[in-house]
Structure formats: structure tokens, C-alpha cells
Design a protein around this ligand. Structure first.
Ligand SMILES: NC(=O)C1=CN([C@@H]2O[C@H](COP(=O)(O)OP(=O)(O)OC[C@H]3O[C@@H](n4cnc5c(N)ncnc54)[C@H](OP(=O)(O)O)[C@@H]3O)[C@@H](O)[C@H]2O)C=CC1
Ligand SMILES: O=C1O[C@H](COP(=O)(O)O)[C@@H](O)[C@H](O)[C@H]1O
Length: 444
């Protein structure tokens, strides 16, 4: 059933996110009949636009454009949208600078928005524990937590949603998913681009705030949490919270790419890290003692996100390997080419008696040939419009995560690395060779 009778308001509609992601995602949802023509999309901002100018600003499909309207500022916006038609639900997307979130929530409340309203909030949710607590309290002063949908776009990636399916729909992995069999968990999230035109924002954040505290901790929670009793958003949230509570950040190292100071908006003496490597552990019955390695960086040699599970060797070595037997590994290729690779040992053909590492591979591109993988914002917007909170982050999760990363946020003089190259591990970690797996599912 398509969504009907909903007003979707985009605050900050003249901005980059609205143009590049939100309006195209809504257009696609309309074309796929996920939202119908009883819905309206109302842009708002300080910029003056007539309805026609606003439609022209996006230049989208003609039928979809008929749903678009504009209202300058928030004063009178509620009366305006209800003058268009009656709506059962109102969804308000904060595509705004984070510093104005709190007072915008107050303005919306003053305007009369109440229980029919869903707020979608973009990251960052605060800058540290204190500011996150304040932001959550400010929003919750006017709207109930169940009305607040905090976006973490990594949760909407197809291969991320598959983590729980892989773990809990395949009984074969259940018995080995613990410290008895796993040697380490490794999360690798790399980008070849630098900070581009976001230097001013990024310099106030750094890569730990930008990537680790939010996106990568969501990946880790899904990978290590206990099975929820069902797939309700609240049950999954409870299990993710248990992981964040048990998380301990043990060591970290920060680095900065050479030339970062020349980026627009970056001060000459900036100490902000553009690369970080961390060792963590989860102090609970399943995981205690197992190292969790996380590394992420901008301006390295390639773009790619992978998660690796490296298994311990078996109890007794039967085969002549002239040294160490390569470990069994499972690699989740999250992006750009999604899939899963499982490394195992096979006998080399012939009479050499040698054994060596080979793998089994699953690629979305070859297993689900005609499937359309929806863009993250398409999925997130539809879920929020339908009221499904599964892919959104709770206030408690954001606060717990900030708490765990507080010691890592202090300014330190970072080590340097060459732009376009992955630095050698500053913590001396024996990283899985992720470059080898990142391209397994590439369609050339
Ligand atoms: N762009 C992206 O790819 C991503 C963005 N985000 C987040 O999404 C949000 C929007 O980002 P983005 O679109 O890039 O930002 P932009 O700066 O491009 O747009 C934000 C819009 O907010 C309005 N605005 C600016 N200042 C104020 C103010 N003081 N009071 C009220 N409105 C204001 C402006 O519209 P007007 O002048 O018309 O009022 C502006 O067009 C941010 O929170 C960002 O962190 C998160 C992930 C990715
Ligand atoms: O949230 C953010 O994510 C992007 C990386 O997202 P991806 O989907 O392309 O992996 C990152 O570049 C940006 O700095 C950060 O704010």
C-alpha cells in the first residue's frame, strides 16, 4: 500500500542534501508508487522562492513536481500545509545546520506540531557527550523520543542490513560467533577523497567523530549483538545498547594527510585527524578478550568499507604447511561492491600434499541480478514516513557511544601520512589484506 495523506516538510530545502539526496529519493518513491499523489512535499528555508521557482530549482519529473510547494521560514507553516489539504501525518526533515536543531524544534512546537509529527534529524547528534545530552534533552522537551528519527545512513546500506540475516538466518555460524573461535574482528572504512568542500565542518569534527563514533559503531553493534527476540526496532535497539555498554576503547592513533592544511576552511595549525586506528574490546561473556580493530581514513588509496572476521586455528595441525596455516576468514564487503567472501583451506591438486587458502564468494551483483538496491535516503525516508524506527538511532545509543569515545576526542598532534596512500599501521596491527577482497565483486 502506498503511503497517503502525508505532508513531508524539508527544512533547509535550498541546501545541498535536499538537492542531491532528499528530493531525488522522494521522486523515486513517488515513481515506484511507495508514496501517492495525496502526499505533498513542502520545502522551507530563509531563501525566498515561489512554488514555481522551488520546482524549477530541482527540475524533476513533471508529475512529481506537482507535489512540491515552498514556504519561507517556519512561521505560519502549519497553517500553510493544512490549507493545501488534510494530512494524517507530518514528517519534518531537519536538513539544517546542527546548531539550529534545538530552537527549530521549539519553533515547530510553537507552530502547533504535536503527535501527528515525525522529526527526522541528520547527523551530527552533538559534538561530545555533553552536547549530545543537551541536544537530546532539547528535542525531547517538545517531542517524544518515539517521534524523533536520527539518521545513520550506514544502517540503510543493503549489505549492512544483511549482517543480521547472515548471522541469525544461517544456523551454521551461530556456534562459532564468539571468543572461543574468533581471533579478531576488523572494520576497515576507507575513502580516496579528502575533505573536499567540507573542510570547515570536518575540521571541527575529525574522523573519530565523523565516522567511528556513529557509523562504525553501528556496524560493530550489528555484528556482535545477541539475537533479538524478534525484529521489532525496540528489541534490536536493546541488544545494540548492550554492546555499547560493554564496549571499551583500549588504544588509538590519529593521523593527518599531508596537504590537509591547504584545504578550504582548514586552519593552518589544525591538529584534526583525518585517519584513525583503534583497538577496542567488548567486555561481555561472548567477546571478552577478543580484539576489535577499527581503521578509517580520508585521502587514502581507495574507497571501500569491509568487515573481517578472522578465526583462530584448529586445535591440532595435521597438514604440512611449512609454517603457519592461513586463518579462516569471513569478509563482509559493504561497499562499493557488496558481497561476502569466506576464506578456507583446500588441498592443492596433484601429489604435492600441499594445502592452500581459497575462498567462496557471494556477490549481490551476480546472485540478485534484477534487484534494484535502493539508495540509502530512499529507504530511510520511506521507513520514517511509515514510522518504522529499525534503521534509526536512539538518544541512548548516541549518548552511550559518545561516552565511550570521550578519551579519544582530545586534541593530539597527529602523525602524518601521504595523501593517496594507506599509512602503515601506527598501532602495529596485523590487518587483513582488505585490498584483496574489496574488488572481489567488481563488475568490470
Ligand atoms: N550534504 C550532505 O551530503 C550531508 C549532510 N548532512 C547533514 O545534513 C544537514 C544539511 O546539510 P547540507 O544540505 O549539506 O547543508 P547546507 O548548508 O547546504 O544547507 C542547509 C540549509 O539550511 C539553511 N540554513 C542555514 N543556516 C541556517 C540558519 N541559521 N537557520 C535556519 N536555516 C539555515 C539554509 O537554507 P536557507 O539559507 O534557505 O535558510 C541551507 O540551505 C546538516 O546537518 C549536515 O550535517 C549529513 C550527511 C551528509
Ligand atoms: O557521514 C559521513 O559519511 C561519508 C561516507 O559515507 P559513504 O556512504 O560514502 O561511505 C563521509 O565521507 C563523511 O565524511 C561523513 O560525514
Amino acid at each position: 500500500m502506498p503511503v497517503s495523506d502525508s505532508a513531508i516538510i524539508i527544512l533547509g530545502a535550498s541546501g545541498d542534501l535536499a538537492k542531491r539526496k532528499l528530493i531525488p529519493a522522494l521522486e523515486r518513491l513517488f515513481q515506484k508508487k511507495e508514496i501517492d499523489d495525496t502526499c505533498r512535499v513542502i520545502g522551507s528555508g530563509r531563501t525566498p522562492f515561489s512554488h514555481e521557482e522551488f520546482r524549477a530549482h530541482f527540475n524533476r519529473d513533471k508529475e512529481f513536481s506537482k507535489l512540491l510547494y515552498y514556504h519561507q521560514g517556519t512561521e505560519g507553516i502549519r497553517d500553510f500545509i493544512f490549507s493545501l489539504r488534510e494530512f494524517r501525518r507530518v514528517i519534518i526533515f531537519f536538513s539544517l545546520p546542527p546548531r539550529v536543531y534545538a530552537h527549530t524544534a521549539a519553533e515547530l512546537h510553537r507552530e502547533g506540531f504535536r503527535d501527528e509529527t515525525t522529526l527526522i534529524i541528520e547527523k551530527p547528534f552533538g559534538y561530545d557527550l555533553e552536547s549530545a545530552r543537551k541536544l537530546n534533552a532539547d528535542l525531547q522537551r517538545y517531542f517524544h523520543e518515539l517521534q524523533i528519527f536520527r539518521i545513520d545512513h550506514y544502517l540503510a546500506k543493503e549489505a549492512v542490513q544483511n549482517i543480521l540475516v547472515f548471522r541469525f538466518a544461517n544456523a551454521v555460524f551461530y556456534p562459532i560467533w564468539n571468543s572461543r573461535y574468533i581471533e579478531s574482528i576488523q572494520i576497515n572504512a576507507l575513502e580516496d577523497i579528502g575533505v573536499e568542500d567540507r573542510g570547515a565542518y570536518f575540521d571541527g569534527a575529525g574522523i573519530i567523530r565523523d565516522m567511528v563514533q556513529n557509523h562504525l559503531m553501528q556496524l560493530l553493534s550489528l555484528l556482535t549483538m545477541e539475537a533479538p527476540i524478534n525484529l521489532e526496532a525496540e528489541e534490536i535497539r536493546i541488544q545494540k545498547m548492550q554492546i555499547l555498554k560493554a564496549l571499551e576503547v583500549k588504544r588509538w592513533a590519529k593521523m593527518q594527510y599531508r596537504g590537509y592544511h591547504d584545504e578550504k576552511g582548514v586552519p593552518e595549525d589544525s591538529k584534526t585527524e583525518t585517519y584513525a586506528e583503534l583497538e577496542m574490546t567488548i567486555n561481555n561473556y561472548r567477546w571478552t578478550g577478543i580484539p576489535i580493530y577499527v581503521r578509517t581514513g580520508k585521502a587514502v588509496h581507495r574507497k571501500g568499507t569491509e568487515i573481517g572476521i578472522r578465526f583462530k586455528p584448529g586445535p591440532h595441525l595435521l597438514y604440512n604447511t611449512e609454517g603457519q596455516i592461513p586463518p579462516n576468514q569471513i569478509i563482509f564487503n559493504i561497499q562499493p561492491d557488496a558481497g561476502i567472501v569466506m576464506d578456507f583451506i583446500a588441498r592443492e591438486p596433484g601429489g604435492s600434499g600441499r594445502i592452500s587458502s581459497t575462498n567462496m564468494t557471494f556477490c549481490y551483483s551476480s546472485s540478485f541480478l534484477d534487484a534494484e538496491i535502493p539508495e540509502a535516503y530512499q529507504r530511510l525516508l520511506l521507513d520514517a514516513i511509515r514510522g518504522d524506527r529499525t534503521l534509526f538511532v536512539s538518544a541512548e545509543e548516541t549518548e552511550l557511544s559518545w561516552e565511550k569515545f570521550t578519551p579519544t576526542l582530545q586534541q593530539e598532534t597527529p602523525g602524518m601520512y601521504k595523501r593517496g596512500a594507506l599509512p602503515p599501521s601506527p598501532l602495529g596491527i596485523d590487518w587483513i589484506d582488505f585490498d584483496k577482497y574489496g574488488s572481489t565483486c567488481r563488475l568490470d
